[in-house]
Design a protein around this ligand. Structure first.
Ligand code: HAM
Length: 423
């Protein structure tokens, strides 16, 4: 029996991969402009990194991690996200001591979560994310959000909605937490067992429960915004001021609770408003995590970042019907006629390629008509025709496939003349 692809994963084939490459390239270019540098961390880490970093009470850690024991008996986990790994590297490689502060990093690569697959939700997905470590300036919060928004806009997305919230500093969160416990405690038996566990450990998580979403206590739960102390309020106001200055429209939603535990102050999500995008509308999420570096064993360091998945990015482009032109076609297809010309074309093809020209030839002994058909399929701009006779006379014919014009060139200077013709 044939073996099939694992559930929740994808093969990205030629024809589709070009859009992936384009998004990846745009993301890299934008990071260069915003001065974020790439970091590559391992695909797996010690399990403890995520249980400590992402949080023991989160769905990700409790239900979704791909955890395994290696042959040495260590518990390892395929990374479910990139922030914990980036912070681990920041601490371990002592980037907090680097002269360039804040340390601004980006990553792009596969993440793994054992979730129920559905449209826009995969078990292996590719995240592009950025993390800015070391600065407490609300201008960085606005910068992180603006990079995400600009990437989407540059690719042509228009139907975007930015939702922001503040989870406040430690003091504000303690006060809010207390209010949440008081609110839910008397009727916690009406909630699911997960929520009952969350009440003492992490009551904020109750607000994120999918099962009890409709319970009447949810809509009347105390809002974090009412518990922000003066510092947290001032911080949040600055972030909003900068977003307005950058002409980025946003909505404040006091119920925005992210699925990871490390957030404080700014939390945000970017949604797609496009019709037909599907049930999951979140394209990107992020926020500030001022305690995470310490949690992972480093010095007190503020941080903020976001991540998006390319899968949902592409789904949004499709939902909005954005037409993206992908450069297609090769520069030159070599058509040969006769045995000697065919042999000669092996070397000629290499010369073209080494000169920077994308080139192809036939590998099936096809007749000349079929070779031209192959050239058409590859959308060749030019076809170079070499027969045994031309080879003897040091000539080659070159046909411009768009105009139909044909010229005869000297074979020994063909590659350099072809290069000039391209300009
Ligand atoms: P997250 O909200 O868990 O945050 O994920 C960020 C983004 O990853 C989501 O908005 C979505 O685009 C994508 N994503 C998550 N799960 C899946 C899935 N199963 N299939 C497809 N796409 C998915 C984080 O991961 C944080 N590390 C973000 C962050 C960075 N916060 C601060 N810095």
């Amino acid at each position: 029996m044939a073996i099939s692809i694992p559930r929740g994963t994808q093969d990205i084939l030629p024809g589709e991969v070009e859009l992936w490459q384009l998004i990846e390239q745009k993301a890299r270019e934008l990071c260069e402009k915003y001065q974020y540098q790439e970091i590559r961390t391992p695909i797996f880490e010690h399990t403890e990194l995520f249980s400590r970093g992402v949080g023991d009470t989160t769905d990700i850690v409790q239900k979704e991690m791909y955890t395994f024991e290696d042959r040495g008996g260590r518990s390892l986990t395929l990374r479910p996200e990139g922030t914990a790994s980036t912070v681990r590297a920041f601490v371990e490689k002592k980037l907090f001591g680097s002269a360039n502060q804040p340390v601004k990093l980006y990553y792009m690569g596969p993440m793994f979560r054992y979730e129920r697959p559905q449209s826009g939700r995969f078990r292996q997905f590719v995240q592009f994310g950025i993390e800015a470590l070391g600065s407490n300036d609300p201008a960085i919060d606005a910068e992180v959000i603006s990079l995400a928004m600009n990437l989407y806009k540059e690719m042509g997305l228009k139907k975007l909605k930015l939702v922001i919230n503040s989870l406040g500093d430690k003091e504000s969160r303690i006060a809010h937490r207390e209010a949440l416990v008081q609110h839910f405690k008397p009727r916690i038996h009406e909630f699911c067992s997960d929520c009952q566990n969350r009440l003492e450990k992490n009551p904020l998580r109750i607000l994120d429960c999918k099962q009890d979403r409709e319970h009447e206590l949810m809509s009347t739960a105390p809002s974090i915004l009412e518990y922000l102390n003066d510092d947290s309020k001032a911080y949040f106001e600055k972030v909003q001021k900068y977003l307005t200055q950058l002409e980025i429209p946003f909505e404040v939603d006091a119920n925005l609770v992210r699925g990871l535990d490390y957030y404080n102050h700014t939390a945000f999500e970017i949604m797609s408003d496009a019709e037909g995008f599907g049930a999951i509308t979140t394209l990107a999420g992020g926020g500030r995590y001022n305690g995470l570096v310490e949690e992972i064993g480093g010095p007190e360091t503020p941080g903020i970042g976001f991540a998006l998945s390319i899968e949902r990015f592409i789904a949004a482009l499709k939902a909005e019907g954005v037409n993206i032109e992908i450069k297609q076609g090769i520069d030159c297809y070599l058509v040969t006629l006769g045995e000697e010309a065919k042999d000669y074309s092996v070397g000629l093809l290499q010369q073209l390629r080494l000169a920077g020209i994308s080139a192809e030839r036939d590998y099936f002994n096809r007749k000349i008509k079929a070779q031209f058909k192959a050239a058409d399929r590859l959308k060749a701009k030019f076809v170079a025709i070499l027969g045994d006779e031309e080879l003897k006379n040091n000539k080659i014919n070159v046909k411009n496939m768009e105009t139909g014009d044909q010229v005869e060139l000297d074979l020994d200077s063909f590659v350099s003349t072809f290069l000039e013709m391209q300009q």
